[in-house]
Design a protein around this ligand. Sequence first.
Ligand code: MD3
Ligand code: FE
Length: 216
Amino acid sequence: MNDTRAAGNGEGAGGFVAPEGFRLLPGHFDRSAQQALLDEIRAVVVEAPLFTPVMPGTARPFSVRMTNCGPLGWVSDVSGYRYQPAHPVTGRPWPALPDTLLALWRALAPGARDPQACLVNFYGPEARMGLHQDRDEADFSAPVISISLGATAMFRLGGTTRKARTRSLRLASGDVVVLGGAARLAYHGIDRILAGSSTLLRDDGRLNLTLRRVTD
Ligand code: MD3
Ligand code: FE
């Protein structure tokens, strides 16, 4: 195993200490569980096609395509970022949250109310996500839970201010990350996708699912 991953929550190169509440569960889903979850997400994408969000104000398109399942979904368009109950293109309600994801949330976020949104991010080989905080939710007491499928991503995790030092970690297919406590408001992003790192999806595709509680 590579040292960056083995270091887990501990102190990494350069004295970076992950924020309290950050938990990486490498290989939480084995290959057959990844395949089963992928089949469920493909069914979601049939009902709620991937769309290309744009940046508020500038209308610059994201390189990541998105969809959602659950009662609410996160969208970004020229007027802003928000959660809404319907798909921005089809106008239909988002598909239901798969049971596997609800069970994962209940196991890893005991005591938190059930998630209301699962944002599905699809990365092609050139897609990236800039450093940002997730703060469009009214409730930061519940964690965010992330599941990665397909190509490995170079994930950047910082602190709760933009200038805090950051660390790079690999997120591989089947990995789960729990962002609770102080980590819930940590800056983070995806620097790049590693070509040839997984055979789960073709053409170095990657899916990331994030489960979120939205309202308090
Ligand atoms: C740290 N997604 O959807 S997953 C996002 O791989 C997002 O698609 C990335 O950032 C992706 O907002 C990163 C890991 C992750 C997700 C949510 C977090 C890390 C987080 C929320 C708070 C802090
Ligand atoms: Fe995020």
